[in-house]
Design a protein around this ligand. Structure first.
Ligand SMILES: C[S@@+](CC[C@H](N)C(=O)[O-])C[C@H]1O[C@@H](n2cnc3c(N)ncnc32)[C@H](O)[C@@H]1O
Length: 310
């Protein structure tokens, strides 16, 4: 059975690629089918695993069937003790609640199950697109659980974006990630919360202390090293990918411009390591020309670029 994931309209491409990356981190033969605001995944990994990691997916579950006419609906699954029917309208037309009421009524007659709006054993999703109508099911709602941040900082990544960039790296539980500009540790926290080993580096002692506090607030044990980013070369055999968020401006400790820093950093990134790099729009360097890029507007003086190179 294929899994489905409904995507938000904002950051749709990023959300789609995040889902695909998570699935590929467990199963490189993942098959994907896309339609606007919807992605179907056929993979060895369960949809619940993908949903528990994904940042942006709104609704998820398994696709059971498609239908054209309500009278021809076939939902070949065991009778649930209780259920609810919900419509997800991804089409360009307005649809009211009559479709879900009609299908809900039909399933109630067929199954004789109770309808439970608040705590159903099964949710039946009627997903309507401009091309097709799908029937999806889920027996639970799965949402990611973010780690806590004991100490915050104005320049930190938000946890959602932190999780998303870790997922774009296509690393899973058996792998190790390095963030050589770890700041308050957002990327390390999200990585370790998903079972990925992480090593953080920051040349600012205070940032390293903040990261350590944030890690211990979650009972995490990722390594934190107070050093220049090039320290990562000492671990290059250990690490499978680099996921990082570069400085956006000139820091008080460094006279190197952010543009220079991006270039210098990229010149030492070990070849054949997956790289996911967040940087300020405007700092583009030609080394990232071939990378897949996503723009995230934060405020009028900060638009972030997420660059993913393989
Ligand atoms: C944009 S911040 C990272 C924020 C982090 N993602 C978070 O969520 O807190 C960039 C970090 O790079 C560190 N940094 C700047 N230059 C560095 C260098 N040459 N080597 C290592 N770290 C450096 C800064 O101290 C800062 O904490």
């Amino acid at each position: 059975m294929a899994s489905f994931f409904v995507l938000p309209s904002q950051h749709e491409e990023l959300a789609r690629d995040e889902i695909i990356s998570i699935s590929k981190s467990y199963d490189t033969k993942t098959r994907v089918q896309s339609s606007p605001r919807l992605v179907f995944v056929e993979s060895k990994v369960s949809w619940k695993k993908i949903a528990s990691r994904s940042t942006f997916s709104r609704y998820s579950g398994e696709i059971v069937n498609t239908f054209e006419d309500v009278s021809h609906i076939d939902l070949p699954i065991p009778r649930p003790a209780s259920f609810v029917c919900r419509t997800i309208n991804l089409s360009s037309k307005k649809i009211g609640t009559s479709l879900e009421r009609q299908i809900g009524g039909m399933l109630k007659r067929k199954w004789g199950s109770q309808v439970s709006l608040s705590n159903p054993h099964l949710t039946v999703y009627v997903i309507v697109t401009d091309d097709k109508k799908y029937l999806g099911i889920t027996d639970c709602i799965v949402n990611p659980v973010h780690p806590v941040k004991a100490v915050k900082h104005p320049h930190e990544l938000d946890m959602k974006l932190g999780r998303c960039v870790v997922n774009l790296s296509q690393l899973n539980e058996k792998k190790t990630l390095c963030d050589p500009f770890c700041g308050t540790g957002t990327i390390l926290l999200e990585a370790e919360s998903m079972g990925i080993n992480a090593i953080g580096i920051d040349y600012d002692k205070i940032m390293c202390k903040i990261t350590s506090k944030n890690l211990s607030a979650n009972g995490f044990c990722s390594k934190v090293i107070n050093s220049e980013y090039n320290k990562m070369l000492e671990f290059k055999e250990e690490i499978d990918g680099i996921v990082t968020d570069l400085p956006y401006g000139i820091s008080s400790r460094s006279s190197v411009s952010p543009q220079r820093l991006v270039k210098d950093f990229l010149s030492i990134v070990p070849k054949r390591k997956k790289l996911v790099m967040v940087y300020k729009k405007g700092l583009e360097v030609e080394e990232m020309n071939k990378a897949k890029k996503y723009e995230i507007y934060r405020h009028k003086s900060l638009t972030r670029i997420i660059g993913v190179s393989s």
